[in-house]
Design a binder for this molecule. Structure first.
Ligand code: 5RP
Length: 260
């Protein structure tokens, strides 16, 4: 791995080998998501606790202060919406010139394994890797399930993550599930966990994050369970304690309750 690639990855994955990415990219297919109507306001108090932002170029330009931010993982796939025909029919939306202009530390793209657009999304990933590797920009593959949340099981997600790594992703983002080690054991690049829809309780969030970390995840890319919580700062701080300070789920929950 060359110096540029190592440098970018080490801005994302911290010296302890762990990371906390904060995604605010949801609007690219679902519009003004609850608590993300004004993303600039949402992220302001949370930035100190995260290691990177996952964001589209439009929200980056409109809502993120270029003088005071964290490394940026630029969401560069899209072209679909929640009211359209098929969420899986994505294309690459952002040129390499724009990725460089915006000083992205990495880029992110969704893949839809098993969908009608499996081939297109996987060749999009390959094409993006080809271009980004020329500039030592890591590609994070997002194993998307569209509306079919029941696909979030170890057999399916392990398949998706391995394929993403085989095609050149430097980091893979997937959902937490039971037997998460089945995913990390079969994936030769770092795996981060997405949150999915907001959980019923905070303890549930800390439990799945703790479990995934014990089973080989390097961290999280967690959005709704942070900024849709009534106490987003306490949530971010407590999550950080699991990711970077070896807190158990119960200890993180106690910390959350003491801060909220
Ligand atoms: C949306 C995404 C999000 O970045 C990802 O789903 C993580 O956010 P959340 O924790 O809210 O699920 O890729 O397409």
């Amino acid at each position: 791995m060359n110096w540029g690639m190592k440098n970018r990855l080490s801005q994302l994955i911290q010296p302890d080998g762990h990371c906390f990415f904060l995604p605010i990219d949801h609007g690219y297919f679902q519009g003004p998501t609850t608590c993300l109507e004004r993303p600039g306001e949402t992220i302001k108090p949370l930035l100190p606790y995260c290691d990177a932002l996952f964001v589209t170029r439009g929200i980056l330009r409109a809502a993120v202060d270029p003088g005071n931010t964290k490394p940026v993982i630029l969401r560069v796939s899209g072209g679909t919406s929640v009211i359209g025909k098929d969420l899986a029919n994505e294309a690459i939306t952002t040129s390499i010139e724009e990725i460089i202009r915006l000083n992205a530390t990495a880029v992110g793209i969704s893949i839809f394994v098993g969908s009608d657009y499996e081939h297109e999304s996987l060749t999009n990933l390959g094409d993006l890797v080809n271009v980004c590797e020329d500039y030592s920009i890591p590609v994070m593959a997002v194993t998307a399930v569209g509306k079919e949340l029941e696909k979030r099981n170890a057999r399916y997600l392990a398949l998706c993550c391995r394929i993403a790594a085989e095609l050149g992703a430097r980091v893979v983002k997937t959902y937490w599930c039971e037997d998460f080690d089945r995913i990390t054991n079969g994936c030769p690049v770092p795996v981060v966990m997405a949150g999915g829809p907001k959980c019923e309780t905070e303890l549930e969030v800390f439990e799945f994050v703790y479990d995934g970390m014990q089973k080989g995840a390097v961290g999280v890319n967690l959005g709704r369970n942070v900024w849709q919580n009534p106490h987003p700062v306490a949530m971010a701080r407590a999550l950080r304690s699991v990711i970077h300070e070896n807190y158990t789920a119960k200890e993180a929950y106690d910390l959350f309750n003491s801060l909220k």
